[in-house]
Design a protein around this ligand. Sequence first.
Ligand code: ADP
Ligand code: MG
Length: 298
Amino acid sequence: ATLTAVMVGTGVGASQGVLIKGGQALERAHKVNCIVFDKTGTLTMGKPVVVKTKLLKNMVLREFYELVAATEVNSEHPLAKAIVEYAKKFRDDEENPAWPEACDFVSITGKGVKATVKGREIMVGNKNLMNDHKVIIPDDAEELLADSEDMAQTGILVSINSELIGVLSVSDPLKPSAREAISILKSMNIKSIMVTGDNWGTANSIAREVGIDSVIAEAKPEQKAEKVKELQAAGHVVAMVGDGINDSPALVAADVGMAIGAGTDIAIEAADIVLMKSNLEDVITAIDLSRKTFSRIR
Ligand code: ADP
Ligand code: MG
């Protein structure tokens, strides 16, 4: 393709909300035959909502959510935002915006968060987080987690002073464009794979809903990138679509990194293409544009 064609291609992309950072990205996109998708915020809305709370110990919900929100308010994770939003409804004073102070806040990527609030150590996260800290997960909590996963929801555990106190269920619906996009990609002979830090149960339920049959769950950020490299080594030209800090290594490793516009700045910087409308159909828009610019047919 001529330089003019590339400029036209990038220009058309920009006018449709598909920002292509340079001719190379536009060129590589038409060769893509395999796409790795992040789940949360990419295939799903990334606006999760708390749909259920179960307390295993005698505790007032308002007090429970105050401790949980004081911890999660320090996290950037979409799950944390959902929990803090939900916690607001238990406050008697809606006018007073401050949560109790949290000390020693730590965020453990792919696992959850930890902090000390009102002299108590609060942990909010998944089973791995609890296992790492030797918190015992009782059978009823395991059952609640399994139920959430079957319904494509994410179960989140809360411990106070190393004792498991509550289980939250968070629902993050699919983007309206997700099923359609995956089905069109299939008809274009492009293979879709979902890679997520979320647990296997939830991941499989979401994958079934969206129509993806290849799933990798409980993946650390470096494993997302490793998967991309593994596919490349097997001869695939790989695109990665993601929104989070944890997707950045994979976005860089991919032949074409595509960031969701509503995603984090770090992901947007790491990507070759930015989908400004955060719409999955624009993955196809980008590939089509590249095909039109670089293939001799038409
Ligand atoms: P994804 O790859 O789907 O975007 P992440 O790797 O960001 O998921 O997170 C994986 C899992 O770690 C979440 O499903 C959740 O169980 C747990 N987790 C991470 N951060 C938090 C948090 N701030 N609060 C509660 N749980 C968290
Ligand atoms: Mg994500």
